[in-house]
Ligand binder design. Sequence first.
Ligand SMILES: *[C@@H]1O[C@H](CO)[C@@H](O)[C@H](O)[C@H]1NC(C)=O
Ligand SMILES: *[C@@H]1O[C@H](CO)[C@@H](O)[C@H](O)[C@H]1NC(C)=O
Ligand SMILES: *[C@@H]1O[C@H](CO)[C@@H](O)[C@H](O)[C@H]1NC(C)=O
Length: 855
Amino acid sequence: DDFHYGNFPEGFKWSVSTSAYQIEGGWNADGKGESIWDTFSHTPGKIANNETGDVACDSYHKVKEDVNLVKMLGVQQYRFSISWSRIFPDGTTSYVNQAGVDYYNSLIDSLLKIGVEPVVTLYHWDLPQALEDIGGLLNETVVDRFNEYADFCFKTFGNRIKFWITFNEPYVITWLGYGIGVFAPGINSSPGEAPYQAAHNIIKAHAKAYRTYEKFYKGKQGRIGMTMSTEWAEPKDPNNPSDVEAADRFLQSILGWFAHPIFKNGDYPEVVKKQVNERRTQSRLPVFTDAEKVEIAGTADFFAINGYTSRLLVFNLVHPTPDWLQIVPWGMRRLLNWLDREYGHPTIYITENGVGTSDATVDDQIRVNFYKAYINEALKAQQLDGVDLRGYTAWSLMDNFEWNSGYGPRFGLFEVDFNDAMRPRTPKRSSIYYNQLIRNNGFPLLQRDERITGDFPLNFIWATATSSYQVQHYVNIRIMFNLYNDGTNGDVACDSYHKFDVDIELLSSMGVSHYRFSLSWPRILPSGNRTTINHAGIAYYHALIDGLLAAGIEPMVTLYHWDLPNALQEEFGGWVSPDIQDLFVEYVDICFKEFGPKVKRWITFNEPWGNGVKAYKAAHNMILSHATAWRIYDTQFRWKQLGKVSIALSSDWYEPADTASTSDLEAAIRATDFRLGWFAHPIYLTGDYPEKMKTQVAKKRTPSRLPVFTDAEKVEIAGTADFFAINGYTSRLVTYQDKSTWPPMFNLVHRQEPIPGAIQATPDWLQIVPWGMRRLLNWLDREYGHPTVYITENGVGTSDATVDDQIRVNFYKAYINEALKAQQLDGVDLQGYTAWSLMDNFEWNSGYGPRFGLF
Ligand SMILES: *[C@@H]1O[C@H](CO)[C@@H](O)[C@H](O)[C@H]1NC(C)=O
Ligand SMILES: *[C@@H]1O[C@H](CO)[C@@H](O)[C@H](O)[C@H]1NC(C)=O
Ligand SMILES: *[C@@H]1O[C@H](CO)[C@@H](O)[C@H](O)[C@H]1NC(C)=O
């Protein structure tokens, strides 16, 4: 799933596609004959909501509009289909409907005028009903009828067409139309025979048209092939030969059924013959004569493939799927590689690929992500695997009639309002993305994302981190919340209380210079005050620290990582009460005395940021507690212990949605103030909250909910950190918004969204945005006067427990490289990096679901 940067070769064809019945409408306009889809959709009960293609997108009357959409995308090709019965109303050459010919001439000429090459499909499922009446694709005479129709099209339009497709997805035609009957013409009476007969005639019709083209037109015109389709079949267990065989058989019987005769020897694959004939003594698979085989073999100038999804194959069992389209980008790469090997390195065009949504929104981020991921896999096939891929076609230009599903699924790059008689088209987000992709001809590596090489300074701190509640074993200690999700709690967690020696071995094996862990206040002072001191708890931390030092690893100790003694919560509400300050200072004083001779780096609080109505009060007390703790260290301990004390603040990077917009910039700064500035501004700058935050909170309510520091407190608070400790994981896109939003207490006038295109990780709030780390570090550097910075947490979660965590490898590689850029190129005084987390642990209210561990 790694993302691959790079460009497609010059001359790569970007295309977009539609088909006649799905968009044209004008079902009986100007002399058009009926097709099997007219008949089928007019039969009640065949299509969702009894919808029809009678009007569809009304493209028959909207050449200019459609060509404009094509132009907006910037594609080099437009793939559309000709409606056979619009040209020959009864399917035969006995009568030509000139209005139909005019329509396609006008479409072709308009495309050429804007420099777009038409790609024409002759048969996209809409057989003239008159031919169906005499047996349709089951009657061998259809071979000649198709050839005559194709010949007419070559003669009439061919001087302007360089790229022809005879049939679109014969597998779908034969199986859905003649096997299970959910598509026109709806035949399901002999699924063991009809599909094979229809396929047989399609292959012969294709070959005959190909030979006609080859003989009379090819030299002066273009190229011709057939569009085939398949899902990628992934063996469930790649080490199980019968699963592998099942997957191969699946591909052969869906794709090879047509591709094998055309690209190989003029005949069906042996495995298909065997499989079909095994089921009955009388073979149901029709047989090609030797002359036919010669005529069929080699009748394609390129391999045209439609691919949407993948499925898992187990011996004798195709996994049933409720909806046919699961998003499996890597299946595209594997499919292209399979084609390449199986059919002798053909020139390949992807003639359809896309995704449907059930709603009509133009904000189709899912489609943006789909195209990004699938096209990236196509790029890998082309660049890394040497597949001769020459073009890519998005399905579809616009929302349209999705066969038996009616107008429900929306596949368009443009939205169509089917409730409006004018059928207005509106660009979706994906159309803009696709256009940008085409202009870039792929995914050029932004300078922003380029990797650099270099070393961090000597003595750089390499650390990993945990916190007490997340890893230790709580014996005899009552914790306020001990029920989470499905009843999991941190009672045992990783049992690090009993296994710290094992933890130290893990740390040694990684070669870290520091280990950041937290002390559990209630393990040291069970009731939160000095009345009872738990000597076992103190002994445990001494043993841990001594073990670390013996292994050459320095401890970096957090005093408060969220596990307040429950007694204090019950007694006076914990952090919302000023009473907490003295108790915290007492606790800290004990820790400095006990462990200070061995600990050189202290963190008072981890991520004091919070949410909810009481957060301002709690934060106020934490800032004051922190300041007092720092002052005590500074006056009483520093001279003999020579350590450093700080507070670990967390922040996302807040990227303005529009960097040229002053209001977006201001909104991003405000978001940062409410997250980081809330604590960093008092501690690193003035002793007081950021001005804009004060104004903002005051606006919401009088008196303001934001407590006020006295002048003496401000003096006490300012300058109480010996380094800047930052926890950073992700980034958000911020847009100015002129109204109150959630959370109401903040009255934030901005909106936050995920960074477009960023990889979503676990948990939900974590999108992978490496460059955000560099920007965050630069922000700190400028805003807070070039402090010494330690990254005290950074990492990514996964939802499964695998040790094969390539995603985490990629994450660390990318984020640490951005940290290196900040240090080397931008001059940020970065002196340490901490990976979160040493091992999988108790992830707070998410229980043991998200896995953040290096172990
Ligand atoms: C489709 O038409 C048939 C016959 O008129 C009717 O019974 C059925 O309820 C219709 N379905 C819908 C969804 O309107
Ligand atoms: C096949 O088509 C021909 C005319 O092209 C017709 O004479 C014949 O009856 C058809 N066969 C069937 C089985 O409908
Ligand atoms: C310490 O906490 C315990 C239990 O909450 C309480 O009974 C005791 O009075 C407290 N001692 C002091 C000195 O506050």
